[in-house]
Design a protein around this ligand. Structure first.
Ligand SMILES: [Cu+2]
Length: 269
């Protein structure tokens, strides 16, 4: 009989397992098998993830690529030697600006000079520009070997009085142009000696003026004054005297003292 019960139990168990019926009292024993099924499928996906990581291995491969690219980048290094072979580029400086004379009459020449130096090691050219009142009026081109200097000169003139600014080769200065003093305009006055008298016995002149006396009589007369004496003037003879001092001069004829005259010399403003 006991064998029969065991056999029935076994059958019940098998039937319940096959049917998957949870209503049987043996259901508590099912959970373990159920757990096994879920865990095993879930565990397989997880291992699949690690393979993804190997895919990230390519990055390590990139570095080598970079290494190969860097060598080309190092090619600029060869460029450095050429730079060393050109250590003395052309470079110009200006110095010693001179303006002579610093003050001049209108229309007179002014010489403007500047020293240009090539401070570089190579020969080169430089254009010196002369500006007067910020307007370029002349240029000169100089060619200098490395370390050489040259004085560049300009000559100019201005017809209008005033102060002018100069810029030559970047250096600045000034010069002044002034109107020359008005030329002294002198006048020559005529005084006749006629009829034993000085015609225009009183005359007013200015410094620098000249008086010419002419003896129109047939007898000699003299023109004798304070500080001047023209001596004897024969009939028809003329003599002149230029007054250079502002003053009043009286004069007479030594032969005929009653013949008198006066010259007033003004400063001429
Ligand atoms: Cu006289």
């Amino acid at each position: 009989m006991a064998k029969v019960f065991v056999g029935l139990l076994a059958i019940v168990l098998v039937v319940s397992l096959v049917s998957g019926c949870s209503q049987s009292p043996a259901s508590p024993t099912f959970p373990p098998p159920a757990e096994n099924t879920p865990t095993s499928p879930a565990s397989t996906p997880v291992p699949a993830l690690p393979p993804v990581e190997p895919a990230s291995a390519p990055p390590p491969a990139l570095p080598p690529a970079e290494n190969t690219s860097t060598p080309p980048a190092s090619t600029p290094v060869p460029v450095l030697p050429p730079a060393e072979s050109a250590p003395a580029p052309v470079a110009f400086t200006s110095s010693n600006l001179t303006i002579s004379p610093a003050e001049v009459d209108t229309g007179k020449s002014i010489t403007i000079s500047v020293m240009v130096t090539n401070t570089g090691g190579l020969s080169g050219s430089y254009e010196v520009i002369l500006k007067i009142d910020n307007i370029a009026v002349a240029t000169q081109n100089v060619i200098l070997s490395g370390g050489a200097s040259q004085i560049v000169s300009f000559v100019t003139a201005r017809d209008v009085a005033g102060t002018y600014t100069v810029n030559a080769g970047g250096l600045s200065g000034t010069f002044k142009v002034k109107v020359p003093p008005a030329p002294v305009v002198s006048t020559t006055y005529q005084v006749a000696i006629r009829g034993f008298a000085f015609n225009s016995s009183q005359i007013t002149i200015k410094v620098g003026d000249t008086i010419t006396w002419t003896n129109q009589d047939s007898v000699p007369h003299t023109v004798t004054g304070d500080g001047f004496d023209l001596g004897n003037l024969a009939g028809g003879q003329s003599r002149s005297y230029t007054f250079i001092t502002a003053a009043t001069f009286t004069y007479h004829c030594n032969i005929h003292p009653y013949m008198q005259g006066q010259v007033t010399v003004g400063s001429g403003s």
